[in-house]
Ligand binder design. Sequence first.
Ligand code: ZN
Length: 329
Amino acid sequence: MFRETLALQQPVVYQILDNALKKESLSHCYLFAGTRGTLKQETAFLLAQSVICSHKTDGWACEECLECIRVKDNNYVDLIYLDGSKGLLKIEHINTIQNQFSQTAVEAAGKKVFIINDCENMTLKAANSLLKFIEEPSDNVTGIFITSQIDRLLPTIVSRCQKVSFKPLPKTMYYDFAIENGIDELNSHLLSQMVQDRDQLLEISQQESYQNAVRTFVEFMNYFFRNKKTAITYLENNAFASGQSDRKNDRDSFQYFLNIANIFTDDYHNNKSVDDDSWTDLLEKAHDNDFDSVRFLTAVSQARDALIRSANLSLVIDQLLYRISGGDN
Ligand SMILES: [Zn+2]
């Protein structure tokens, strides 16, 4: 049941909705705001179900009856779902809501719900038309707006909705999600620190540029603890050197490399244990070799800044190598 997940992952959101549902005092209009991948959409559909379901417990939908299933599948006549992530929302889309909702409800529940995902992606005309619509609320209509960029919304729309803020989910949740999806220990550990979104996690895990970065980092550090010169030669010549043929890929990969370097230093500082032999081995080598983690971390963050400014990837890599080896190579 999604209700339990919501209570666990977004307790504040759950509390707000729980109060309103129990007291049957829902707002006419909600604005679900928060970064991507924070369960906003799932919550919007649960709220719609809770408005419509005729088998509620404590105001919440049963999530199992035919009505609930039809709402979830977006196959319920008195539910309109618009998705700004699929393209710019125009005035015609808003008119659809207005026209349909000016008529009597078709379904037995007599309630109407509209959900607008990525609602910031709307023309000004559409937004103004929507504003007029929500300024004249009707008792049996509930609107739910979803956004990950609240600053792109008309302030007048924001002020007319009850704002509900969704917090980024804890890293452990992404870790569990990665493991559940068959990703190995090390990559689940790394990816869970790098993403803010479950779709993004799966996407990056598949990218060649990411996989190359992990391999390269582990290999580079192995050389590094043995012989800095070899490590430098390795990174200069092999790792991010597909050159003109795939420059973007090289840059992405190097960016991931820097992220991984950050996580490594973090693990080293916090004596974290990761259930992966190659990673544990590296951490042990770091301890044995009096790893200068402060110098390393400083060099990594300088490289990150430099990467944004500079078009010359190999120059950024050279500077990084010079700094982490302390210029004594
Ligand atoms: Zn139900």
